[in-house]
Each structure stands twice: as structure tokens, then as C-alpha cells.
Design a protein around this ligand. Structure first.
Ligand SMILES: Cc1cc2nc3c(=O)[nH]c(=O)nc-3n(C[C@H](O)[C@H](O)[C@H](O)COP(=O)(O)OP(=O)(O)OC[C@H]3O[C@@H](n4cnc5c(N)ncnc54)[C@H](O)[C@@H]3O)c2cc1C
Length: 428
């Protein structure tokens, strides 16, 4: 490396950026990560559940040293209207295979750990500085402009998260549209370990993931979530931005209403809000995929829209880690070949295509369209809570079960039920 040129500069010390940095530094490449937050994780937000498979491949048994909160062993999905809830509850012991596990995480802790691993491997991480621009010569990205300085590199990895302004400037990423995004608002609410164990039926280290459809997003595309941390819970609401004009209330208000729902209120009672954050979630799936590779540049993680809303969960962290890994592998191959052109870096796309990242994006490509149907988040939650309410209400002579159920099915419409069932089967 010449004195003022790096092999790789990575923009953003999130999961994608830090994973790349770790693997590149391990391979002996001079790697610089520039992060605008005061420390890695300072500006990062997630709901809270990390599917371990992709990080487990890089750091086997990572959970033994990483600051994960709890291993998720309780799953709940509730359909809720303004007052009632019907819940599907699934519990299974912690898997013997670490790659099958998932953990609740708090990014301010977890990202610092991952950044530490990158530093241990030899990467330099510079927090508190924003990359303002890219140096582009003859169509090739040659470095970045940050803190008023120009820094050169053979390759720049854009891991700057959703709404990548730098990717937009290059013409590789399209401006995010409301149809491709949701907004998430979240509180971290401190409770004692014992309160969490009692309220969520967990023992120490065991955690719960609880998703809510219906009332949290006022019947529109979105939902509420609760993840249990070691001594706090992450509680939030995600709402599809394109319905903002119709809903008539703000997302922070949705969060407040969600906290006051009769099912949720006892879970948060006595808790202290210690963190409040809001963030955009890229939810367009395959339809918002940008150009991933250019001369001297790669785009990874949320910056590339590699995030999935699969209805019952949002997944972006495992995709960010896997894409960070794929980007690092491509840069290492390009260095060996001495070719940092778009062609020399093309193995990034091939690596992603062969991984679960593109396979899952393809698998769920019709899901955003399927979910964006008012019946999903309004009529069906109401139908389920209505049926349950009638099933469990006895007041005088009983009526046959079908007579209790039919009015609720009729309200949604049999044709709609069939149509949505068929569409749903095709979308997954
Ligand atoms: C409400 C919500 C709930 C979610 N729930 C889940 C979940 O439960 N499970 C899951 O797997 N995923 C979830 N996700 C998605 C997941 O959080 C993201 O997919 C993941 O964080 C993406 O990681 P990343 O490294 O690509 O980007 P980020 O984590 O956003 O990191 C980007 C980094 O780049 C930095 N940066 C940006 N611009 C610049 C610049 N110009 N100069 C320097 N630094 C810059 C930022 O400060 C940031 O640190 C959720 C997201 C939200 C918002």
C-alpha cells in the first residue's frame, strides 16, 4: 500500500461493514472503516432478533463471547384488535446446532463487539466522521471525501445503511420510495430479569419474540413487536410508509397506543424507557435491488436493500452479515487478480446469488405485494379475534360451532378468503 492509499475503505460500521472489515483485515488487506456515529452501533437500530446462521459461519460459537441478550426459545404471534387478542404460542428448547439459534441483540452493544473483532484483525475504525462524497475518476471509484480530507483506496464498500446517499450519487441506488420502505419506532424498556422471566415465561438467558398484527399498525401493513433482552425489552411498531397519508395518526402515537393495549400494558408495567429510536426499514425486497457492483465499488447490507419482511418477522441482520462476507471475498479475489474493475469484482454478485441472500429474496419476491392488502392487517386480525371471542363466550343455550364462525368468515367474504389463500400460497 502506498502511504496514503488503503486497499479498502468501508463506509459504515454496521453489521455489513464490520463483517467485511474483519474478513478483509484477516486476509491482510489495509482496511479503513469510517463511521459517522460516535461509536459503532450508536446510530444503528433493529427490532432485535439476530438469526445466527450467517455470523456463526464466520465466528463459530460467537454467542459464547458476543454480547447477545437472550436465546429466543418462545415465539408468539398475536392477532389483535383494539381490545382483544388471539395468540399462537410456540416454544422449543435451545437448538443443539448453534446455527439454528436466534438471539435478541441490542445494537449499541453488539456492533461494538463486532467492530472490536475487526480491529483485532487489523482494521482501522474511525468513528464520528461522515463520508460526504466519493472520489470518482474516469467512472472508477477511487476513494472517499470525509472530514474535509480525501482518502484513496482500490475499492470502496458502501455499507452505509438504508437510503444510501453515496450509492444514489453514483447512480447505482434508486431513491427510496414510500412503497419500498417502512418506518420503525422502538423503545427499549428496562425491567428486572425476574419481571421478564415471569411475564414472558422464560428462565434466565431464554428469550421470547412476540409479533402483533392488526391494531399496532392501525389495520395497515406493519405490526408490533416485543423482544426480550437480558434486563429490558425492545418494543416497537413498524408501519408501511405508503399508507401514512391515510392512517390519520403518527407512528409514535401508534407505539403509544400499542403500549396501552390490554394485552401489552401488563407486560411493560413499571418499566422505564431507556432508549427511543426511529429508523427506515427497506422492505421492497428484490424489487428495490440496486446495481451491486461498479468499478472500484460494492454495495452491501441495507444500502443494497438486502432486507426481508416475511410477514411474521423482519430479517436484515443475517443478510447484512452474509453480504458483508460476500463483499470481502470478492475484494480478496480482486486483489489476487489485480483487477478492481466491475468485472474484477463481479464475483460479489455470484457469491450472493449462490447464498441464501438472493435465494430468499427470490423466494419472497411476491410477498411485499401480497402483504400490502388491507385485509391482512385489518379484516383477518378482526376475524380471528371475533371467532375466538364467540367460541369462548357462553351465555345461555349454545349454538353450533359453524354458526359462531360463519358470520366472521362472511364478513371478510368467502371469495376474498379463497383469493388471499391462493395468493398467499403463491407468495411463500
Ligand atoms: C424497526 C426495525 C426492526 C428490525 N428488526 C429486525 C430484526 O428483528 N431482525 C433482523 O435481522 N433485522 C431487523 N431489522 C433490519 C436490520 O436492522 C437491518 O437490516 C440491519 O441493521 C442492516 O445492517 P447494515 O450494516 O446494512 O446497516 P446499518 O446497521 O444501518 O449500518 C449502516 C452504518 O453506516 C453508517 N453511515 C451511514 N452513512 C454514513 C456516512 N455517510 N458516513 C459514515 N457512516 C455512515 C451508519 O451510521 C451506520 O452505522 C429491523 C430494522 C428496523 C428499522
Amino acid at each position: 500500500m502506498s502511504e496514503d492509499k488503503f486497499d479498502v475503505i468501508i463506509v459504515g460500521a454496521g453489521l455489513a461493514g464490520c463483517t467485511s472489515a474483519c474478513l478483509l483485515a484477516q486476509a491482510g488487506l489495509e482496511t479503513l472503516v469510517i463511521e459517522r456515529g460516535n461509536f459503532p452501533g450508536a446510530k444503528n437500530m433493529t427490532g432485535g432478533r439476530l438469526y445466527a446462521h450467517s455470523i456463526e459461519r464466520i465466528f463459530p460459537n460467537f454467542a459464547e463471547e458476543a454480547p447477545v441478550e437472550r436465546c429466543i426459545v418462545h415465539e408468539k404471534i398475536s392477532f389483535i384488535d383494539d381490545t382483544k387478542s388471539a395468540t399462537l404460542d410456540f416454544a422449543s428448547p435451545e437448538s443443539d446446532d448453534p446455527a439454528n439459534r436466534s438471539y435478541s441483540v441490542l445494537r449499541s452493544r453488539f456492533d461494538q463487539w463486532l467492530a472490536g473483532k475487526a480491529e483485532e484483525a487489523g482494521a482501522s475504525i474511525v468513528p464520528g466522521i461522515r463520508v460526504d462524497d466519493l472520489i470518482v475518476r474516469d467512472g472508477k471509484v477511487c476513494g472517499v471525501v470525509a472530514g474535509g480530507e480525501e482518502m484513496e483506496a482500490d475499492v470502496v464498500i458502501l455499507a452505509d445503511g438504508v437510503n444510501s446517499i453515496l450509492g444514489e450519487k453514483l447512480g447505482m441506488v434508486s431513491k427510496v420510495t414510500p412503497h419500498h420502505c417502512a418506518v420503525g419506532v422502538k423503545e427499549v424498556i428496562q425491567l428486572s430479569k425476574q419481571q421478564i422471566n415471569d411475564r414472558f415465561g422464560c428462565s434466565d438467558k431464554e428469550g421470547a419474540a412476540w409479533l402483533f398484527a392488526g391494531m399496532p399498525s392501525a389495520g395497515y401493513m406493519g405490526g408490533g413487536f416485543i423482544y426480550t433482552n437480558e434486563d429490558s425489552i425492545s418494543l416497537g411498531v413498524v408501519f408501511g410508509l405508503h399508507n401514512m397519508a391515510e392512517v390519520g395518526k403518527t407512528v409514535p402515537q401508534m407505539l403509544e397506543d400499542f403500549k396501552n393495549h390490554p394485552t401489552v400494558k401488563p407486560l411493560v408495567e413499571g418499566g422505564k424507557t431507556v432508549e427511543y429510536s426511529g429508523h427506515v426499514v427497506p422492505e421492497g425486497g428484490l424489487s428495490m435491488l440496486p446495481k451491486l457492483v461498479g468499478d472500484g465499488v460494492l454495495i452491501a447490507g441495507d444500502a443494497a436493500g438486502l432486507c426481508l419482511n416475511v410477514g411474521y418477522t423482519v430479517r436484515g441482520m443475517d443478510l447484512a452479515i452474509a453480504s458483508g462476507e460476500a463483499a470481502a471475498k470478492a475484494v480478496i479475489a480482486a486483489k489476487e487478480a489485480g483487477d478492481y474493475s466491475e468485472k474484477g469484482l463481479a464475483s460479489y454478485k455470484a457469491e450472493l446469488d449462490n447464498s441464501f441472500v438472493m435465494k430468499d429474496l427470490n423466494l419472497y419476491k411476491n410477498l411485499p405485494g401480497f402483504l400490502d392488502n388491507p385485509r391482512m392487517f385489518n379484516d383477518y386480525p378482526e376475524m380471528v379475534t371475533g371467532i375466538m371471542s364467540d367460541l369462548f363466550t357462553i351465555n345461555g343455550p349454545s349454538v353450533p360451532l359453524r354458526k359462531k364462525v360463519m358470520p366472521h368468515l362472511k364478513k371478510v367474504g368467502f371469495l376474498n378468503l379463497i383469493k388471499d389463500g391462493l395468493k398467499g400460497a403463491k407468495a411463500i
